[in-house]
Design a protein around this ligand. Structure first.
Ligand SMILES: Nc1ncnc2c1ncn2[C@@H]1O[C@H](COP(=O)(O)OP(=O)(O)OP(=O)(O)O)[C@@H](O)[C@H]1O
Length: 466
């Protein structure tokens, strides 16, 4: 595809001040702007000059804005305004997605299972909104799914409806459109009719890539995602392979069905679960405790800032909705929320509510990683009071921990804190009993530096909802 030609930065589009260019696609350039009246950032999509005289493309551009405006959903990029430049080119003004795209997220490394399934559920909800509106997206792919900060961490916004087609007009449609690797076999056939199951195929391709880091092989080759990422639940493997069926009759019938099946798998107890750092890496910690005095490192500014008490807090909760933890916003980059097994601490017990929220969940078990985050898992109160001795029987960091009681309106228990960990970090373990619900919570907090007030704020911000 020909990319839009480079353009000089204009000062304004209508009442919107232009700050910088966000990127250019095949037909348009997207700019970061500022709405000075409402004091908010906006993204402004402007049709490229080289296409502005082609009526069908002009029409499709305006149609994209219209669909987004009419569908008006929290799972889609919202369109707030539309206008025309003095040279007759149309532009529309939309929500600014400040956290890049799902393609950037995949490029940054493997996604924890729960994170991948959360993203997939939200993408599926966006596509479901479009299907209910009577629209087929036809170009669902990671770079067309944007991310925006929200009070609960972040939100997925399905974007780029440049190829979208009304369901009524799609049967008998002739032009081939979509992106190789993500588009259904029927989309590449000139004259082939398509329906919502074309988007279900693309959802399957996005699911495959979120979980394995790779695009699915081109049909007719078929390699189940579990061959690339062993340990995927069989139901997930089957769902993705059925969405990727060359014959659309074998796929889930629409995005709503695909999404509800993903949601059910996400709630199932046999998924990968959050793992406390402690017990699993005891051997590594014992070794490090001996060598750590010479291994202290200088903190990076960004990580130190992540723990600063001045930053805003977000409420993150586990998939059962029982445990709510208030964490500094920069810590909430990744969440594994599907529970845990107290057996990890050498205790009896099956699957319990638990979550791990951290700047880098896959690195949580690595003692040398500079990670900020919290692990919180419920224990059966009958078995264990809010005591750490016996529970924590290895040495994660150098020196003896500072031990203190903790008590507030909701919780009582004890806290042990090591201040001399690898990479200059601190490690905190806590066992707290809820005063009303007879539940005990085991917690681990990793921070890049010593800020006891962050620990106390975290502990008193934890809520149980049942
Ligand atoms: N609402 C938005 N907020 C932030 N960035 C955006 C927004 N919409 C688009 N972008 C970014 O602007 C760039 C251009 O987007 P656009 O949708 O025009 O094209 P594309 O998806 O890159 O390409 P194509 O249309 O050829 O598939 C992309 O990098 C995209 O991530």
């Amino acid at each position: 595809m020909v990319k839009a030609v480079a353009v000089a930065q204009p000062e304004r589009f209508g009442r919107y001040r232009v700050l910088r260019r966000l990127g250019s696609g095949s037909f348009a350039t997207v700019w970061l702007g500022h709405d000075d009246l409402l004091d908010t950032p906006v993204a402004i999509k402007v049709l490229a000059e080289n296409w502005s005289h082609q009526l069908d493309i002009h029409h499709r551009f305006v149609e994209e804005a219209r669909i987004l405006r009419q569908a008006d959903s929290e799972w889609l990029v919202r369109v707030h305004d539309i206008g025309t430049l003095p040279d007759e080119r149309p532009y529309f003004v939309m929500t600014y997605a400040d956290r890049g795209s799902v393609a950037d997220r995949i490029a940054a490394g493997p996604l924890p299972m729960d994170e991948a399934l959360r993203l997939l559920t939200e993408i599926g909800q966006g596509v479901t909104v479009l299907h209910r509106h009577g629209t087929i997206h036809r170009d669902i792919k990671p770079s067309n799914v944007l991310l925006q900060s929200s009070p609960v961490g972040e939100r997925v916004l399905v974007a780029d409806l440049g190829f979208a087609k009304s369901i009524d007009e799609a049967s008998g449609f002739t032009a081939a459109a979509g992106t190789p690797g993500y588009m259904s076999p029927e989309q590449s056939v000139v004259g082939g009719d398509i329906d919502v199951r074309a988007d279900v195929y693309s959802l399957g391709a996005v699911a495959y890539e979120l979980l394995t880091g790779r695009r699915p092989p081109r049909p007719p080759a078929r390699v189940p995602p579990s061959r690339v990422r062993p340990g995927l639940p069989p139901a997930l493997d089957e769902l993705i392979m059925s969405a990727l069926s060359p014959n659309r009759a074998d796929r889930p019938p629409d995005a709503a069905t695909f999404t509800s099946r993903i949601r059910a798998i996400r709630m199932s107890p046999d998924l990968e679960v959050a793992v406390p750092w402690w017990r699993r890496h005891r051997a590594a910690w014992t070794r490090i405790a001996v060598t750590t005095a010479t291994a202290l490192a200088v903190l990076s500014g960004s990580t130190a800032a992540a723990a600063s008490p001045g930053v805003s807090l977000v409420d993150v909760y586990d998939s059962s909705g029982e445990i709510h933890v208030l964490v500094p916003l920069p810590w909430a980059r990744q969440v594994q929320a599907n529970g845990w097994s107290p057996r990890e601490l050498g205790m009896v017990g099956g699957h319990e509510p638990g979550l791990l929220v951290a700047t880098d969940v896959p690195s949580w078990p690595d003692p040398d990683a500079e990670v900020s985050g919290v692990f919180a898992g419920l224990l059966d109160s009958d078995e264990r009071g809010p005591r750490l001795d016996g529970l924590v029987d290895s040495v994660p960091c150098a020196g003896t921990p500072q031990q203190r009681p903790f008590s507030d309106a909701r919780w009582e228990g004890e806290v042990w804190q090591w201040l001399d960990c690898p990479e200059g970090g601190t490690f905190t373990a806590a066992a707290l009993r809820h005063r009303e619900h007879d539940r005990t919570l085991y917690l681990e907090i990793r921070q890049p530096d010593q800020q006891p007030e962050v620990v106390d704020r975290l502990l008193s911000g934890i809520r149980l909802t049942s």
